[in-house]
Design a protein around this ligand. Structure first.
Ligand SMILES: Cc1cc2nc3c(=O)[nH]c(=O)nc-3n(C[C@H](O)[C@H](O)[C@H](O)COP(=O)(O)O)c2cc1C
Length: 216
């Protein structure tokens, strides 16, 4: 029988999130939840998949799925094409929101803040560990541009393969990393009857994190 949308509901009962379990800053908790996701989520869910939302110069939002590729005390790193739609949006409005959803764990994490480009050295270091096909693809694909058909893309790839026949492809100038510097990180743990736990961390002006509970 086809289930209607109105009837689709699951109760979340796996876990809770209390202040007693949560550190005073968000990075350690993110790392703990990420490690839980690596252990628990089953393929095809990749634990580092997230949705990245940006806004354009007119204030209109856009979102798409990306992979988180780095995390340190400075922030959350992802890689893309600097000339893509998201690249242009981030150039005009250097702020973004990231959402992680780990369904088995019934957890969501939302991260918001300013975005900056990582250094050319950092982009290059990551570019060099990507498989050859991905490195060639970064050169070949004019990400977000309209193309005539699949054959055009394959033609661009063939030209790129010719160009790099005798040399390893270096990191293209139009490709690299971005780092989201978090100002707000919210941890959401699903609970029964939609009375979920939400712990929100806000970065104060003096650089220290404030933790607060939000109503579900
Ligand atoms: C699972 C998954 C992972 C993805 N990872 C990336 C990524 O790390 N970097 C990227 O530029 N696009 C990635 N994409 C493609 C983006 O969703 C998007 O199509 C592309 O970046 C163009 O977005 P834009 O036109 O808004 O700039 C991924 C898509 C999926 C479904």
């Amino acid at each position: 029988m086809i289930q209607t949308l109105a009837d689709m509901r699951r109760d979340y009962t796996r876990d809770g999130l209390s202040e007693a379990q949560a550190p005073l800053e968000p990075f350690a908790l993110f790392q703990q939840w990420f490690a839980d996701a690596v252990k628990t989520e089953q393929l095809p869910v990749e634990p580092n998949v997230m949705t990245l939302a940006t806004v354009d110069a007119e204030g209109r939002p856009h979102s798409r799925v990306l992979l988180l590729k780095g995390l340190d005390a400075r922030g959350f790193t992802f890689f893309s094409n600097y000339d893509s739609a998201k690249g242009q949006q981030l150039a005009a409005r250097p702020f973004a929101a990231m959402t992680f959803f780990w369904p088995t764990l019934e957890r969501q994490v939302r991260i918001e803040g300013r975005v900056e480009r990582v250094s050319a050295q950092e982009s290059d270091a990551y570019f060099q560990v990507r498989p050859l096909g991905s490195r060639l693809g970064a050169w070949a694909s004019p990400q977000s541009r309209v193309i005539a058909d699949r054959a055009e893309l394959e033609g661009l790839l063939a030209q790129t393969e010719q160009r790099f026949l005798d040399q390893a492809p270096e990191c293209p100038p139009h490709w690299g990393g971005y780092r989201l510097l978090p100002e707000r990180v919210e941890f959401w743990q699903g609970r029964a009857s939609r009375l979920h736990d939400r712990l929100n961390y806000r970065l104060g002006e003096e650089g220290s994190w404030q933790r607060e509970r939000l109503a579900p």
